[in-house]
Design a protein around this ligand. Sequence first.
Ligand code: GRF
Length: 206
Amino acid sequence: MNQNKIRIAVLVSGGGTNLQALIDAQKSEILKSGELVAVISNKKDAYAVERAKNNGIKDYTVSKTEFGSLKAVEEKITEILEHEKIDFIILAGFMMILSETFTSKYTNRIINVHPSLIPSFCGKGYYGLKVHEAALSYGVKVTGATVHFVNEIPDAGQIIMQKAVEILDTDTPESLQERVMKEAEHIILPLAAEKVAKEMLKRREQ
Ligand code: GRF
């Protein structure tokens, strides 16, 4: 256990491309103030769990089907976070809305990556492909990704970092999602994670 690094848990639900970006950033030392200690998935078959296993990161699955309710899932996740002595939580394609009970325990210690330039196309019901469908149907010429702190209101916490991506006339929701992930999410999530972890480390050493 590396004493002087911020201990990070990554919460996932899907393919884990954002988790992979964090893993790669740890290898290339873009992410160096924090250590990826655990991956927690709320979906048994999430490929993100494979990515954790392939990179020697402890993985846990806490699914609603097994635990029965959101409350029970959050309680189990909290137990894991305490067991692993986690300082900092990163939501990377995590598709569950966390309750105020949970988020208020970790004020300014949870960040999320959202695939639009908040405050556009965000909040309840805007996730995954739906975000890009909304951007295309509105006809915006620029979209992008946002990393923000998480509170009890979906996608409403303080913005940490954003990156813009131009929309092409030929774009479909799928092609736009792919480009926003590659050209924005996968770049700013590791940078934002390092920024927050570094500030936490500085505060701890004061
Ligand atoms: C993507 O739609 C991404 O925009 C959002 O979560 C979804 C899956 O991401 N943040 P990942 O590949 O599981 O990281």
